[in-house]
Every structure is written in C-alpha cells, then in structure tokens.
Design a protein around this ligand. Sequence first.
Ligand SMILES: [Zn+2]
Length: 575
Amino acid sequence: MRKILFFLLLIPMLSSAQLLTPFEKSNGVATATLIECLSYYQELKNQFPDFIKIEDPALSANNLQYHNAGQIKLIQITNFNAHGEKIKIFINNNIHPGEPDGVDACMMLARDYLSKTEFKRQLDEVELYIIPIYNTGGTLRRGCCSRANQYGPDAYGFRGNALNLDLNRDFIKCDAMETEVLENYFHKIKPHLFIDTHVSDGADYQYIMTLIASQHNKYQNQAMEQFQQNIFLPMLYGSMQSQTEEICPYVNLDHETPDSGITGFMETARYSSGYTSMFNCYSFTAETHMLKPFNKRVRATHTLLKSMIGLAVEHKLELFNSLNDADKIRSEQNSVALKWQLDTSRFENLLFKGYHPYYDLSKTTGQQQLYYDRNRPTKKNIKFFDTYQIAKSVTYPKAYVMPYDWYVKLNLERYNLKIIITHDTIIKVKEYTNVNYTVKKTPYEGNVGVLFNGCDVITTSQKLDGNWVLIKLSDNMRFKRFLAEALEPESPEGFFAWGKMNSFLQQKEGFSDYVWDKRAESILANDSSLNLRFEAQKKDPAFNADKDKQLNFIYQNSRYFEPSYLKYPIFRIEN
Ligand SMILES: [Zn+2]
C-alpha cells in the first residue's frame, strides 16, 4: 500500500508536454524504476484517456495487495471506438529484470502509438496489451552488478522474483503468484501474438537484436507454421533490414562458437513463449545482445516491436485465417508430442555476421580460452538447424479424472476446467501403475524433479464420487494441449516431472516383522501361486539372504498392502 501512495504523489512531477521517458532523459543510460514506469503510464492515461486503460490484477483471497504480483499492471491501448475484430498483441517486459530493454522500449512505443498519427491510425485495427513490468519483486531488487558482462543500464533489477524463482521457467508449473496473474490476463485476452522482451548473453556477434520465433514444428499446426515461417518472419527480417536493424535468429549454440552452426531454440512449456504458443498464439522472444550499449538495445527493441505490430496489421486477414485454421486442426488432432529431437540432417544456410573467434592463453587461468575479436567482423554462411522431429507423443484421452484434492494441489483451479462428479459412478479408466522413477539430485526452480522411467498401463474400473473431478477435452479445446503436457507422467514438462506429485511415490504403512513373520507364513500356506513366486525369487542369493526383503515381498503381494502406492493418481478415460 505504501508503494501505491508514493506513486500517486509522484504523478504531477511527470506532466511534461513532451512525455520523455526516464531512458530518454538520461540520454539512454538509465532504465525506469517501477515507480517511474507505472507513473509514466498513468501520465499517458491522463493525457490520452480515450485510448488507454490500466488494469490491476484481480485481487483474490490471497491478499495480493501485499504481494509483488499485486503490482503487475496491464496496459491496454487501442481505439475503443473502432469496431470490428482487432489483432490482439500482448507484450511482456522485465520477466528478467536484469534485461530491461523492453520496459523502456514499450514506454516509448505506448507514447508513439497514442500521440503520433502514423501509429495512432493502426489502433483502429490493433489492441496492444503491455505488461510494463512483470517481475516486480525482482525489479525492486535494483543494483548495478548482477549482469556481470552486460553493457548497461547503470542500475537494474535482479533475475529472480522475491522467492528467487526464474519466472521464465514457471509457466506450466505455476509456482509463483506472478505466473497466475499473467496467465489470467493471457486467457482473458486470448491474444493472437505474444512477445517477451529479453537480453541475451552467450556468443558475441554483430547483431544488436536476435529473435526466437516459437519453434515451428512445435506448433504442431501447419496453418501457423506456414504463416509464421513463410509470411511473417521473411517480412519481419526484411522490414528490420530496411530500417538498418538487421536481425538474426537467436544464436543458440550446440558447439562453442556460431561458426559450427546454430540450432532453433525449443522453448518448452516452462517458458512464456512455449506456454503461450500451446494455446495457438504466435509467440516470440526478443533477445538483444548484452555487449551492445543499452541505448542501442532499447532502440532495436522499439523498432522490432513497432515492426511486428505494423506487419500484423498489414497481414491481418492472413493472420486471422491461419489462426482459424489452426483451431480447426487442433480440434481434430488425436495426439500430441511430448518430446522432441533435433534433426541434425536438416539445416539451411544462414549468412551470419559474427566476430572472429580465437583461442589464447588466459593470464587468469593459465588455460586456453575462447575470445571474440571485435575488430575482425566476419560474414559467412553457417548452418541453421531448425527442424525437430517428434521423439515421443501420446494420444489424447477423451477426459482426465482425478481426485478433487489433486486438482487443487496442481493449481488447476486457476483455469476452471472441471466438472465435479456429483453422484457415485463406476467408470472404465486407463491407469498408470508401478511407476518407475528416479529423483533428480539437485533442486531446480524450487522443485526437486523426477525422471519417469516407465510404468504398467492397465484398464480398470474406477469408482468416482463427489470428491472427484472430470476434465473433458471436448469442453476445453483451448486447453487440450496444455492438459496432456501437464498431466501425462511421461511429459518432461508435466507436473510429475517437476516433482509436484511425489506423495504417491511414498509408502504410508508397513509391518512389524515379529508379528508379520507368522502372518506371512500362513499367507504363503494359503496362496500356492504366491508361494511359487516367492520360492522362485529365493533363487536369487541376495534375496534369499535378506529376511526383510522376503517379508516385504509377501507384504507387497498381500491384501494388507496399500493399492495407491506408485499408482499415478490421474486417470484417462478413453471411450
Ligand atoms: Zn532473459
């Protein structure tokens, strides 16, 4: 609350006619603070009230006003009086607050669209949605130095949020309240195009701006692949070049330098663009390069965003048609890819403007070290590998069912997809049992992940009652792909892999051997088939020498053993 009052007090100081941003006033060395940024948009609203709205996140019972997520504003800029379907473009900034180029670029962009005729007329056809600053907690942890190699600005925020989570790894798992706020905005708006702004480290090269377009195979949708690859991207590359802001695909390395080729970035559902593209939204990540001056990076981001908006408006019909076709294709799809593999046999030649890489003896480590010679710019064809093949796919079920408590635990409540089962039903389900797994060794983004090594798949009759929920895919077409990627145990981005379902991997009850020993004896006496299996096991000397193992074997095969152990608690209904 204190922050909000402070911010209101500041507004009168910003009422300059020119509406220069803090970045412009600093001659391109400073990025706006959270207060400066939000005050600036407030001032735009004061000056252009008919074309801009500022929205606050929906406050729930979570006391969001005390949480950093409560400060994630959503700016909407459009001509509210123009009718007809408009293109909805959603731009997100400062998910990584050490990479603030988009914050300052969007402030200028918003002003330009509100005040300059050439841009303003596009507002008849486009709705711009801007999150001025997303990782507000990280933005408030402002300092000089956490981006060790970056060329400006003078001060900036920190990558992690207040919980030290990287919000650009949180989308499908949604541990952070910030993620829930952004996802709420996203699903309410249903944008056609999404852009997340960043600054890249990694190899050195000449380009100021590089771009991750959502990996085209991963759309699993020819209509979107065709529009993005054959229409939108060539136009965008051309447009940037004609504005002397030549761009390059994001320089994603499999080897030490770009000379050996670069690969298309497979942004899975943990990333903002990987998440948003699952919902048939064209998704992009802008990546300026850390070693270019902040001033130039912000200008390049501004030019890129402006060009993307302009091209989307220009190709509005084709864009809408492609997305209509894409929705149709999705509704007819029977399966979805869970894992991908780069096709190393397919590549295109890319004329790449780099810097000469060389190795020299390091005075620090005494070892050979890679450097780039910025005085020796290079221009050569390199290989761009951007075809991925499906390595694992799964057929869609008709529905998923699970106990209500799991539905809540997995935070699926945020999407409201369920049907609560109101009367007892017995239904045929496919279930995953005897799940074989390996727990990962180190925590990652707030979780200890689990590797799925396999399981038995069986068809059973499951009794469902008022404590169960049913999620029908046909009722949730928009979420069809999300559901499979989140709920299938084999999905590398699923809740199981993130370690959010570990409780079913633990046995809750056991036995006392001094009592169980006699009970086991009578069980074997009355169950000849179990007895045979037990005797067969005893041929293994290790088993034969271990009485605990033997008693446990009989326990696990008796009616006393808990059936929920290692049984995946989400079931598939297939017909
Ligand atoms: Zn980043």
